[in-house]
Design a protein around this ligand. Structure first.
Ligand SMILES: NC(=O)C1=CN([C@@H]2O[C@H](COP(=O)(O)OP(=O)(O)OC[C@H]3O[C@@H](n4cnc5c(N)ncnc54)[C@H](OP(=O)(O)O)[C@@H]3O)[C@@H](O)[C@H]2O)C=CC1
Ligand SMILES: O=C(CO)COP(=O)(O)O
Length: 341
């Protein structure tokens, strides 16, 4: 399949997805913000900061020019951090072909507006491109995809044809892509699991056990679904790849930057120091702020998010946060669904 593709964002996920596309026969232009990263990819076929030890295929050419990257391409994939999405989409929008497929693989919301990434894309891209917009999400650490370890992801779009075209371009023997019509659910699941992964890293670092981890994952899913439903998601999406799938992998994998950041916090490090030492995107920090605001906006209870917010931004002791969670008023497990017995 000789498609021409632009990948905007040469971090770990952008580089891994560019590699999947190149191996599927696409000609890929990978946009990097810094010249040094583009030069390293073009000259040495490596991206040591973000994917150490990996050889980047020859079908990928790196560029620092967004216009060169996107002009005339069949598909434009946005893999920049959530805080950069609006700016990069606004620039790219001037050169994107009117019939191009638009995909994003970013897991976060916009701070301030509280918008999902497809909402941001719709605001920055011309109307005729809106039916072509899709989101790719699911349990998929770049470090494993690049090793061709079997991975499953989901593509959601408001238009079935868009989701199926994107599926056909990305799918291969180790990267299995499912489609889903629920854009809101897929974006909410992908973004909010990072909050729970941060909490899981903290809990593991503080020596809480496997029961606690299971509690975090399960009750985390309950509050993700609760907010998702209030925002218009379909409940079934949260038992899928972008819901429980991504939640499990991010809360249990040492590859997760969100889990690692939580673990570093448990060792007494300050948030600023943790983010500096990570040197990579930790979306869960900003997402905790956004989810905290969304829970108030939609009047949805999110106890784990509430406690993590207090730990991250108000200096609350994590041990006290756990005590407060465990001594909350009694409630039913499925309180929104089962009202009368
Ligand atoms: N890594 C993974 O396994 C997965 C990541 N994701 C999601 O993909 C998105 C990107 O993450 P990932 O690739 O992992 O991040 P990394 O930390 O690996 O890389 C970040 C990339 O974003 C660039 N960047 C940082 N700030 C800006 C900015 N203001 N404008 C433009 N570019 C910027 C960095 O450029 P520079 O080097 O110049 O700083 C770098 O290329 C996130 O939303 C993440 O949640 C989703 C699934 C899997
Ligand atoms: O989303 C991911 C895996 O599906 C990556 O998670 P981290 O950003 O925590 O590394």
């Amino acid at each position: 399949m000789n498609r021409r593709v632009a990948v905007l964002g040469a971090g770990s996920w952008g580089t891994a997805l560019a590699t999947v596309l190149a191996e599927n026969g696409c000609e890929v232009t990978l946009w990097a913000r810094r010249q040094a990263v583009a030069d390293e990819i073009n000259r040495f076929r490596t991206n040591e900061k973000y994917l150490p030890g990996v050889t980047i295929p020859p079908r990928i050419a790196a560029s620092t020019s967004i216009s060169d990257a996107v002009r005339g391409k069949d598909l434009v994939l946005f893999v920049v951090p959530s805080h950069a999405m609006r700016e990069i989409a606004a620039i790219a929008s001037r050169w994107i072909r009117a019939d191009a497929l638009i995909v994003h693989a970013t897991k976060g919301f916009e701070v301030g507006t509280l918008k999902r990434m497809t909402e941001v894309l719709k605001e920055e891209l011309p109307q005729e491109l809106h039916p072509n917009i899709a989101v790719l999400s699911g349990p998929s650490h770049a470090e494993e995809v690049i090793k061709k370890l079997p991975t499953t992801v989901v593509v959601a779009s408001e238009r079935q044809k868009t989701a199926e075209e994107v599926q056909a371009i990305f799918i291969n023997s180790y990267f299995r892509v499912y489609t889903n019509p629920d854009v809101i659910g897929v974006e909410v699941g992908g973004a909010l699991k990072n909050i729970i992964a941060l909490a899981a890293g903290l809990a593991d670092g503080l020596g809480f056990g496997d029961n606690s981890k299971a509690a975090l994952i399960t009750r985390g899913l309950a509050e993700i679904a609760r907010l998702g439903l209030a925002m218009g998601a379909k409940p079934i999406t949260f038992v899928g790849l972008a819901g429980v799938g991504d939640l499990v992998v991010t809360c249990t994998s040492r590859h997760s930057r969100n889990w690692r950041a939580g673990h570093m916090l448990s060792q007494g490090k300050k948030l600023e120091q943790v983010l500096e030492e990570m040197g990579m995107v930790v979306e869960g920090v900003k997402t905790t702020r956004v989810a905290h605001a969304l829970s108030r906006h939609y009047q949805v209870e999110m106890p784990l998010t509430e406690q993590l917010y207090a730990v991250l931004f108000e200096g609350k002791d994590p041990e006290q946060a756990v005590k407060d969670l465990m001594s909350r008023g009694r409630t039913g497990e499925l309180e929104e669904i089962i009202q009368d017995w």
